[in-house]
Design a protein around this ligand. Structure first.
Ligand SMILES: CC(C)(COP(=O)(O)OP(=O)(O)OC[C@H]1O[C@@H](n2cnc3c(N)ncnc32)[C@H](O)[C@@H]1OP(=O)(O)O)[C@@H](O)C(=O)NCCC(=O)NCCS
Length: 157
């Protein structure tokens, strides 16, 4: 998969967005996802395998290389992409990084001409609206299957 996907980097002030797989810090990505509302307790190996099979974007502090954000596109690179596991660590929030990360993903040369971009969110609709996402126009045309859904945990996502 990596050879299918040339590395690309974008710099803005003190921050870098990169698709370089070597830069991805599994401790940071797993560390956040395991305490996220949508994947609490997710196994590190599961996170690693999902990253291996996706087009991954990391956000880094340029000076230190420390990873502060992440998102991945689950995609065939031609017709469809699902955006998932989007986060910016607490200490780096509120400075436009998630908006920029989404702009970079949507502008990525390997992800042009898709028929549809899809994602799900509990409360960050405003973020995605800023980059062109809208509520599903015809929800009656969408279906989903959730074999892993936990009924009694009280968690969503
Ligand atoms: C959501 C998240 C990625 C935003 O990161 P960020 O870098 O602080 O976002 P930005 O600075 O680019 O600002 C996001 C914009 O979306 C808006 N927004 C809407 N819903 C939001 C939400 N739930 N959280 C943060 N911002 C939200 C903000 O008000 C802001 O708009 P503004 O620039 O007009 O003020 C970050 O808060 C986060 O990691 N949250 C926990 C994980 C999460 O919910 N991820 C999304 C899963 S779908």
């Amino acid at each position: 998969m990596a050879e299918y996907e040339p590395t690309t980097e974008w710099r803005r002030g003190a921050w870098v967005v990169s698709t370089d797989r070597e830069k991805l810090q599994i401790d940071v990505v797993h560390g956040y996802l395991t305490r996220s509302y949508w994947a609490p307790g997710i196994a590190r190996e599961k996170v690693q395998r999902s990253m291996d099979a996706s087009s991954c974007f990391g956000v880094y502090e340029a000076a230190t290389g420390r990873q502060v954000g992440f998102a991945r596109a689950i995609t065939d690179f031609e017709t469809f992409a699902w955006i998932g596991d989007v986060f910016v660590l607490e200490e780096a929030r509120g400075q436009g990084l998630a908006t920029w990360l989404m702009e970079v993903i949507l502008a990525h040369p390997r992800l042009q001409g898709l028929r549809r971009w899809v994602l799900a969110t509990r409360d960050a609709h405003g973020l995605y609206r800023k980059v062109g996402f809208r509520a599903v126009e015809k929800p009656e045309e969408y279906m989903e299957r959730r074999p892993m859904r936990r009924i009694s945990s009280g968690n969503s996502g």
